[in-house]
Design a protein around this ligand. Sequence first.
Ligand SMILES: CC(C)(COP(=O)(O)OP(=O)(O)OC[C@H]1O[C@@H](n2cnc3c(N)ncnc32)[C@H](O)[C@@H]1OP(=O)(O)O)[C@@H](O)C(=O)NCCC(=O)NCCS
Length: 622
Amino acid sequence: MPNGPDFSRSDKVKVVTADAAVANIKNGSRVFIGSGCGEPQHLIHAMVKDATIQDIMVFQMLSFTLDQYLKDTDFLERFALKLFFVSIPMQEAAFEGKIDYIPAYLSEIPHFFRSNQIGLDVALIQISPPDQFGFASLGISVDVTREAVRNAKLVIAQVNPRMPTTYGDGFIHVKNVDFLVYFEEELGEHGPEAQDPEITRRIARYVSELVDDGSTLQVGYGQLPYSVLPFLDNKKDLGVHTHMITDAFLPLLKNGVITNSVKNYMPDRAVATFCMGSREIYDYIDKNPSFYFGTADFVNNPGIVGQNDNFISISSALEVDLTGQVCSDKVDRMFFSGTGDQTNFIRGAALSRGGLSIIVLPSTSEDGTASRIVATLGEGAGLATLRADVNFVVTEYGIAQLQGKSIYQRVVELAQIAHPDFRASLIASAKRYRYIFADQLPPPAKDLIFIEEYKSRVHLKNNKVMAVQPLLPSDEIAFRNFFYSLKKETVSLRFFADIKTFSRKMAQSHWAQLDYRKNISLIGVVRNKGNKEIAAIGTYSGCGNRRAEVAFVVHDDFHNLGIAGFLLEMLEKIAADNGFKGFRATVLPENKSMLHVFNRRYPDAKQHMRGGEIEMVMDFGQ
Ligand SMILES: CC(C)(COP(=O)(O)OP(=O)(O)OC[C@H]1O[C@@H](n2cnc3c(N)ncnc32)[C@H](O)[C@@H]1OP(=O)(O)O)[C@@H](O)C(=O)NCCC(=O)NCCS
């Protein structure tokens, strides 16, 4: 029975039971149902149980409650489900043809309703109890529901005291509702699924390298993007402009990492379009002015997204092919999730000043038998993001930066972040498809595997952390840029000559036909708006004897932070693992800094003057 303000005397609004309300649904109606955890469960059950209701076409974004009826043939005869997104419980039904999937950007669904492209006879929604002015909130499901209410001929609302009141575009006046049904029940809940913690941790660490303090985040639908969030707890003043709020945001909100305070667009508020999670997050967003829940055509619109400076979209993929095409809605012949708004947020990130987008995915299927970096997308795979739109791709093996890169460079980048077991076959396919040509350097697959374990991080004397990794073929452009950023004196100290240009031949000499066990370069990497910049290089090369030649260049901006010392230690480890007993180096006598680094690690080093240069012989393990 009604337990809220009495609107029953209003001319239009009628407070009734669910059975009485759904009795007004005419046969043949097109019925919109509120989405996700905001589904009006009580109304849905009442509609299904009323056997007189026949031939109904249901439109819904995220559907959960109807799942329990999908084995009932009578239900399937009476209700045709058209879903904009295939949630996990609905995947089998979609595969068996029991339900239909409508590929659509969520941001465009309101337009379908407005333009009558999808005409609506009825909207079943759920709202908070109306306030003294008659306004109720769509709470956790503003998304496409707001526009459905505006366009449906008949609106039936379940008034549920457990629906939070959210600020933004989700208020509707009860005069726009035909029937109010007061019924209290717990909202749908959506918990995280278990992820491989080690893979998540490794992916999150790479994502963290790309997220600067003060960035505004969008986190895409799916478990992996959300499980990256806890690893951003060392960031400052993050903002949120996303489609879905979940519990995963709570720790960052509560410990002050997400403040929304430096956002330039809609500052001081986390902007979203719906919320799915537990009671804890529902209580947190209730009447909380630091959230703004807007409609999907506003929040997810790339033009709006792009107004956020330093906007970072983090979303997931099922597969990425070697050219960068992203599949997110279909595996083999099974529809899986939906187009969603991944592309909109990625396009928005491209429009944002300082923005970037990241696709995260584990390198293999859960059982490890299939690579998710693939030579070509599987038969029937749905393209969510085009190769021209894709930017960063991150697996547990690293970061591939694809935007602005040629097909060859993409192959190299992506092969390096594929699981080691699949790298050789990916490279072989790339050659077969003529993505890599004979005059281009093929990444040596066996060496890529070997060097994987030599990725590390150095804590600098300025309290920053720098990623250290082996120099790979994909680093050619960054290496080139590094060379040209060095001062003339630095170049001559390193190369003992006035080298003016960095030829392709010279670059290739760092990789071509390289045996990485005998020759390896480690680079210190910094990211500037995600772009990889080399800050230091340490190299050893074996020349047939058991002492390898070692040399370093650290960019002038990073001197005396401990980088060369760290690289030397790492190079020694790799060299020792590969049978070398020591290093040799040639140093100019005025190069006090280099001499200091060597003498500190090898106090018993032998030094000889030859032609005005000091030749050092440094043996390990002393
Ligand atoms: C030499 C070079 C690689 C050192 O790199 P770096 O990352 O600055 O080195 P680190 O920070 O690890 O160590 C530098 C050490 O030298 C010390 N140092 C610097 N200037 C010095 C000087 N004039 N006299 C004595 N010690 C000096 C620093 O205090 C530091 O020692 P500490 O850590 O004990 O305090 C860098 O200066 C460089 O790239 N130079 C140009 C290229 C070059 O000379 N390459 C060597 C060719 S073999």
